[in-house]
Each structure stands twice: as C-alpha cells, then as structure tokens.
Design a protein around this ligand. Structure first.
Ligand SMILES: [Zn+2]
Length: 61
C-alpha cells in the first residue's frame, strides 16, 4: 500500500518511520507552515491564548 505525502503529491517510501511525509523537508515545511498559520490566526484574534495552552496540556502524556 502506497501512502501519499501529507505535504506534497509524492508517495511515501515504506521505510519511512513517519509515514505521513515522503521526506524530512516536507515534515519541516508542514510544521513551519502550521506554526505560521497558527501565529497569524492568533494575531487576528481567531485563536485565544487559552486555546493554545489547552493544546499543550492535551499533548502531554
Ligand atoms: Zn513530501
């Protein structure tokens, strides 16, 4: 079964540890883009600091 990279149209090699992305560059670009988007939404007032804090507490084990 071939997976497609979350960030670009390339297939993900079966040996990848993180099967979401075809390469580390796509993973980095994806997270950089999300961070910039999130910061912009926060600056626009679409996201509150309470929501940002809730995300951090939710991801802790
Ligand atoms: Zn990719």
């Amino acid at each position: 079964m071939t997976r497609i990279c979350l960030y670009c149209p390339n297939p993900v090699p079966p040996s990848r540890q993180n099967p979401k992305f075809c390469c580390g560059t796509c993973r980095t670009n994806f997270h950089n883009g999300l961070r910039k988007l999130g910061e912009r939404l926060f600056n626009q007032g679409a996201v509150t600091i309470e929501q940002v804090r809730a995300e951090n507490t939710a991801t802790k084990p």
